[in-house]
Design a protein around this ligand. Structure first.
Ligand SMILES: Cc1cc2nc3c(=O)[nH]c(=O)nc-3n(C[C@H](O)[C@H](O)[C@H](O)COP(=O)(O)O)c2cc1C
Length: 178
């Protein structure tokens, strides 16, 4: 798919629950993520793939503070990839915000790769990203400035609930030419 088309047609899609995603696709998506630009080439991210029964591990961590409601949320797609911005791990490191920015770029790469493969992706965050048990499971080091940046829900699109295309965003009103 042409990159401009991929960017402009990507949406946050819900997934069907009865169709699994192959590891080959997941690997392709994580490879795409890892092409993201990152200052000082520290690759400041980690990916935690919760797939099938593996989702219970994330759900259990979320349930510690998030209760039954939180537990259930993990099962909205066959795969959930938690993405952590892991900062300060290189020999020379950029400012923390730059590592977060690089990880955000990686997540957008995931979203675009997902879309181009005909799959459904949904970048979610919320309070669970701050929960202690979740941070422990994902090896988040608060002292370094790590941050859970995404729970990326992945699956095959639920075509009954496909969202409409977005209205063309108005970049003109946000742009000053000199
Ligand atoms: C950093 C970030 C966090 C997000 N967190 C959530 C979330 O917790 N729940 C949710 O429903 N959508 C979340 N979204 C998705 C946005 O709601 C979605 O991208 C936006 O509505 C635009 O829709 P689109 O992705 O279909 O273009 C998040 C997006 C970003 C970039």
């Amino acid at each position: 798919m042409d990159i401009i088309k991929a960017i402009s047609t990507r949406r946050s899609y819900g997934a069907v629950l009865d169709k699994d995603v192959s590891n080959d696709f997941i690997e392709e998506i994580l490879q795409a993520a890892s092409w993201a630009p990152n200052h000082k080439r520290t690759e400041p991210w980690s990916f935690h793939v919760f797939k099938g029964d593996g989702r219970h591990k994330l759900a259990a961590a979320i349930a510690e503070q998030g209760g039954e409601e939180g537990y259930k949320k993990v099962f909205r797609a066959p795969v959930v990839i938690a993405v952590v911005s892991t900062v300060g791990r290189g020999k020379i490191n950029p400012p923390i915000w730059e590592d977060h920015a690089a990880t955000a770029a990686a997540i957008q790469n995931m979203a675009l790769a997902t879309h181009s493969l005909g799959l459904a992706g949904y970048w979610r965050t919320g309070v669970f990203t701050e929960h202690d048990a979740v941070k422990k499971l994902l090896a988040v080091d608060d002292n370094k400035g790590d941050r859970v940046m995404a729970f990326f829900y992945l699956g095959y699109p639920d075509t009954a609930k496909l969202p409409p295309l977005r209205n063309k965003p108005n970049w003109q009103s946000k742009t000053i030419w000199y």
